[in-house]
Structure formats: C-alpha cells, structure tokens
Design a protein around this ligand. Structure first.
Ligand code: SIN
Ligand code: MN
Length: 273
C-alpha cells in the first residue's frame, strides 16, 4: 500500500492522515481477542485504570517474545499496509518500532489523556529529532465523542515542541503535558480540535508534535485503539541516565522487513505451533 501525493501533503499540512477501513472486520476481531487474552496477564507491561483495575494500556504487543507478545500485532507492524506508508512518511527504508501501545479505553472506567505532544516524552527518552517518527493509530472499536475519541489540533505539529510539564495527578498514567497557558494561546490561533472518529479497522498516521488529547469514556461502549510508533533507525535514542524500560523505549533497532499481509494466517500458525 502506498500513500498518494495528496495524502502525503495532508500529513504535512495537518499533521495527520486518515486511512479508512485499512484492516478487515475479521482482523479487528482477532486483534480484540488477543487483547482480551493479554489484559488478564499480570505484568509491568500493562497499566491499569485507577478505578476498577481494568487495563488502560498494554505495551509491546509487536515483538515475538515477552509477556504481551502477539503474532497478529507482530505481523501488522510489518505488514504491507503499515510499513510502506510509514517509510514514505519518514522518507527512509530503515525503520524500527519505537513502541506499541494498546489503549483500552473501557466503557465507564476509561479515563482522560490531557493535551500533550508525544515527542515531549520521547525527547526525554533521548530521541534526537521529532520529524523522523510517526504513529499509526488503529481503531479496534468505533471511537465517538461520547466514548472518548482522540482530538487533534490540525497543523499544531508546526508549533514545534512546547516545553511540557509533568502531570502525575490526573490519571493513573503519568504524562508530560502541554501547560494550560500555552495550550490556550495555541488554541486561540489554531483551527478547532477535530474528533478522530471512524469505523473499526481505520488507521490514522500522525506526527509526534501534533497536540492531542482525549476525554473520559462516558458511554457503555469500549474504545480500544492500538498505536504503532515508527522511528528511523538513524534517529534512535542516545544514552540517557535511567532510560525508560524497553517496552516503551525499544532497543530493538534492527530495521523492519516487510512481512506477509495475511494476518489471520499468522494467528492460525501460532495457535497450531
Ligand atoms: C495518547 O495520546 O497517547 C493516547 C490517547 C488515547 O488513546 O486516547
Ligand atoms: Mn499521545
């Protein structure tokens, strides 16, 4: 799969590009089955909501080993549907997965992500530059405004990095967020935030400097999403004191090779192995 010149221009202008229905209902069902299995596992690769103890985030589903490994996510990260577009957006063949995270914003319990830029955290991980990174968001449910879809401020990736502050109070997940004063200033000069809604199977590539946030899940429906973060091998982090664990700041920077597009077959092989 290749992005058109128009899609590349959209990403450059808005900081994101939406690719509807990239994965099939059967693939999405299989991925959801995997996350239902993994969320029961007791591991530090999984963060739980403050209320209820349900899984908020599951990391590192894309590798072949580890407690949260899953063959279908391993295949998806390397699939012809995600890897070639990531290569186009980053202008380089040699990419690796910086991390994967699955945000299970569960009905009623699923909680807020305050306004932030992802590179505000990744800079602290030692990543030299923002532009050589891009995230593919994959919708596993239908995100809506009521169930806590993501919001983007279009074009905000062009503001550059806004010096973040550390929010360790709002939710169970500590996050480097955009300070309120700066946020309001940027919002006054920007288009209104857009809700990132769509059918399950839809993918949205977005820039690591785009301002984004999502609210609490007030609905009775889950809002599960998976994020595949790609980085150029040449942009891998420099050494930092006390680096974050491998499941958020991967040290597997071997260049990814394009794999099979038959994701369901990969699952079949695993279950018969
Ligand atoms: C994030 O921005 O990292 C996650 C937000 C969400 O899943 O709603
Ligand atoms: Mn984010």
């Amino acid at each position: 799969m290749r992005l058109t010149a128009e899609q590349l221009a959209q990403y450059e202008r808005d900081g994101f590009v939406v690719l509807p229905d990239l994965f099939t209902p059967d693939e999405v069902a299989s991925m959801k089955g995997e996350l239902a299995r993994i969320q029961a596992i007791d591991t530090d690769h999984l963060v739980r909501e403050r209320s209820g103890g349900v899984a908020k985030t599951i990391y590192r589903v894309h590798e072949a080993d580890g407690p949260t490994a899953s063959p279908i996510f391993h295949a998806a990260a390397r699939s012809p549907r995600l890897l070639p577009p990531a290569r186009q957006l980053l202008g380089d063949e040699a990419l690796y997965v910086y991390h994967t995270k699955c945000n299970l914003k569960t009905a009623i319990d699923g909680s807020v992500w305050q306004w932030h830029q992802d590179y505000g955290t990744w800079r602290n991980d030692g990543v030299p530059e923002a532009d050589p990174m891009s995230t593919a968001l994959l919708m596993l449910d239908e995100p809506t405004e009521a169930n806590g879809c993501l919001y983007f401020i279009p074009g905000s990736h062009k503001v550059g990095l806004v010096e973040p502050e550390f929010d360790d109070r709002t939710t169970s997940y500590k996050l480097w967020v955009v300070p309120k004063q700066r946020l309001v200033e940027i919002m006054e000069k920007s288009p209104e935030p857009v809700p990132i809604v769509g059918r399950p199977g839809t993918v949205v590539f977005f820039h690591p400097l785009i301002l984004h946030a999502s609210g609490h899940n007030l609905s009775r429906f889950d809002r599960w999403q998976v994020y595949f973060v790609y980085n150029r091998v040449s942009n891998r982090p420099i050494d930092v004191p006390s680096p974050r664990p491998d499941y958020v700041r991967s040290t597997n920077w071997a260049p990814l090779r394009i794999g099979s597009d038959d994701l369901l077959a990969t699952m079949g092989e695993a279950s018969h192995a």
